[in-house]
Ligand binder design. Sequence first.
Ligand SMILES: NC(=O)NCCC(=O)O
Length: 383
Amino acid sequence: MAEGLESLEACLERHIPPEDLAEVKRILYGGETRKLNLPAAALSAAQERAFELQGYGFEAAPEQLRRPRIVRVGLVQNKIPLSTDAAVSVQVAALHRRIEEIVEVAAICGVNIVCFQEAWTMPFAFCTRERLPWTEFAESAEDGPTTKFCQELAKKYNMVVVSPILERDEIHGGTLWNTAVVISNSGAVLGKSRKNHIPRIGDFNESTYYMEGNTGHPVFQTQFGTIAVNICYGRHHPLNWLMFSMNGAEIIFNPSATIGTLSESLWPIEARNAAIANHCFTCPINRVGTEYYKNAFTSGDGGKAHHDLGHFYGSSYVAAPDGSRTPGLSRTQDGLLVVEMDLNLCRQVSDKWNFKMTGRYEMYADKLSEAVQPYFVPNIIRE
Ligand SMILES: NC(=O)NCCC(=O)O
């Protein structure tokens, strides 16, 4: 698929009459999110380094007993800078360099927590089903070169770094996982969260490479807020979001790799709905560009063999618990989205809508545990 539109928002701005635009944004986005005044040095560095830089802010009402809990998150979306047949170590080094220059700008913008896209140190090559060289991109979550690289960034910029990588767990038989490593602003590895749901759709042949995660729904208490990571396809699973929220996540990142033909109409809905349903902020991040592979592969659907998975449409955004959202980043360009949020909004919205209080979780827990049993008979009332 061709890249198409630069961004949906730019298209709306161009074509909706100015007198209607504010109302259209209210209905589509829950209003116009406040634009952040980002430092001139950051804007010019982003321009020089050829990536989009956008900043938005969400407010909460002032409270008497709690001070505002303001945090700035940075969402990074990027293309692979080199072709997929460059040497593994050269590709990784180029990606490290690209991220380094984007994170430097995030630091100038005062970002406290930064998150990269899914499997950010490599092409999203799982479509090919070839093992080599792709499994060579896997690294230890605890002390691999990418984790060490992120630890340096975290310390240098006093920033929490969420680094989604292909993990090789040497201790457990060299097993591969799709894992987000969470690094504290002190530079210590706080822990990791493995992708719970693996797609079996189209060219997303990820189950060929790694297993469903076994880390459950950890949340990480950082100096800036309690965060969790729901990796890509977990976005389609409302219970996955719910469980991160049950453990207290205030911000749930959703590092992804997904393509226009498959999911673009779902993209603005799912993470935003999760923010509403769980009274938290959600941060879906998608990679950008089209990644070409020398050896053609098929989808096993009778279609012609092809050389790419499709166009990764970027469009990273942040959704707030009140249902409002920022515009998305570009569909075609690298970008950094800086979003300031007051985490007090989570409890304020929870007290208003009471989804946690009214959720009737005990009823669903009982019924779900029955529904997964082999003896389960659906409760259908017939005439
Ligand atoms: N990376 C990944 O899980 N992609 C699956 C496609 C999607 O979830 O939109």
